[in-house]
Design a protein around this ligand. Structure first.
Ligand code: AMP
Length: 369
């Protein structure tokens, strides 16, 4: 097993890594940090939960220590993920004095302009808001030396390709590019060919995929049985539960039913304001809410270590979303449980998921007690 000490890192960052509680590099870190430290382009094929954020934050902090001005840009698909990336830089960059700022949609421009004026070394951004700032002249990307595209496949899925292309026109060509993606569909390969130079490809092997630590069960049922079964599972278990629904409306309705049954519950979806979303997530993290009901987009990058159970109240639209959802449990080394409810009308999604997994999910009878 490799150690952080063997990766040629500075004593300052090793101290911050230890303070973060990381004992040994995860596989993606062990593979991506050395080539990234030498300044080469890297493509990391890794899902959230594998430690990919620190896999790019650590080499960026090491390479930028001692330099002044804006030097790195990290593009991320969602506000939640951007905030988590910022937290990672805050934690690991303290000793090396590498600072980061975040610009994301849904929050006031003023404080972000202030943060940009403080000349951070790293800018973490969602594409739309960054373009706003660029167009208003609040920031220049002409000094960027390192670019990260995080969850690049998801950014493409969300239709950010044109914004990314526009942003890249502002970033110097002689830069290092690090690209992380859970999947490598053909559009990703095109993006990579267009913007990376002789990249080193690193991939985490199947044994360390978070999904392998999750035991997965499927409840075939009628759609009217979903809420009674959910309430019964909540009564029967302990620990934090993340519940996914297909729509915002269904998330609202379900959260009401769960609350009416006496559970402490919060909601996370795109119609809620940034501060409501943050309160929901912080409250869930702190244990003030036991249940969080979320939709897929809002749940990107939810990073709560001790979720013991993910429940797919509705099946997700794609197998990739399924993998992402169940990756919210069994974070770090713990194991977790993922239960999926499938009504007959969700047969197509179920077949796609099982094909992707390469095996059928274990069936259980839905018996609400
Ligand atoms: P990520 O894949 O970047 O979302 O990281 C998943 C979680 O793993 C985060 O909560 C990190 O704080 C944590 N983590 C990252 N690297 C390590 C490590 N080397 N050892 C233990 N935990 C880690």
């Amino acid at each position: 097993m490799s150690t952080f000490e063997s990766l040629n890192l500075s004593p300052e960052i090793l101290a911050d890594i230890r303070r973060a509680g990381f004992e040994a590099p995860t596989p993606i870190q062990a593979q991506a940090i050395p080539p990234a430290l030498t300044g080469g382009d890297v493509i990391g094929c890794a899902q959230t939960g594998t430690g990919k954020t620190a896999a790019f934050a650590i080499p960026i902090i090491e390479r930028l220590a001692g330099s002044a001005g804006l030097r790195a840009l990290v593009l991320a698909p969602t506000r939640e993920l951007a905030l988590q990336i910022q937290e990672c830089f805050d934690g690991l960059g303290a000793g090396r004095r590498v600072t980061a700022a975040t610009v994301i949609g849904g929050e006031a421009m003023g404080p972000q302009v202030e943060a940009l004026r403080r000349r951070p070394a790293v800018l973490v951004a969602t594409p739309g808001r960054l373009l706003d700032h660029l167009e208003r002249g609040n920031v220049s990307l002409g000094t960027i030396r390192i670019l990260v595209l995080d969850e690049a496949d998801r950014m493409l899925d969300m239709g950010f390709a044109p914004q990314i292309e526009r942003i890249l026109k502002h970033v110097p060509l002689d830069r290092q590019t690090l690209c992380f993606s859970a999947t490598m569909p053909p559009e990703m390969e095109r993006l990579v060919r267009g913007h990376l130079v002789r990249p080193v490809r690193v991939q985490v092997g199947p044994a360390s995929r978070p999904v392998d630590k999750v035991s997965q069960v499927l409840y075939p049922l009628h759609r009217d049985e979903k809420t009674p079964l959910l309430l019964s599972l909540l009564r029967g278990g302990r620990g934090k539960v993340l519940v996914f629904t297909r729509t915002k409306h269904r998330a609202d309705r379900l959260a009401r039913a769960v609350g009416d049954a006496g559970h402490r519950v919060a909601r996370l979806h795109a119609d809620r304001s940034q501060s409501e979303r943050r309160r929901a997530l912080d409250g869930f993290r702190a244990g003030q809410y036991r249940v969080l009901v979320a939709t897929d987009i809002a749940a990107r990058g939810i990073d709560v270590i001790d979720i013991s159970h993910v429940i797919n109240y509705d099946l997700p639209a794609t197998p990739e979303d399924y993998i992402h959802r169940i990756g919210r449990t069994a974070r770090a080394e713990a194991s977790g449980l993922a239960s999926s409810f499938a009504a007959p009308e969700e047969g197509d999604q179920l077949r796609a998921i099982e094909r992707h997994l390469g095996q059928p999910l274990r069936r259980e009878r839905a018996r609400a007690r």
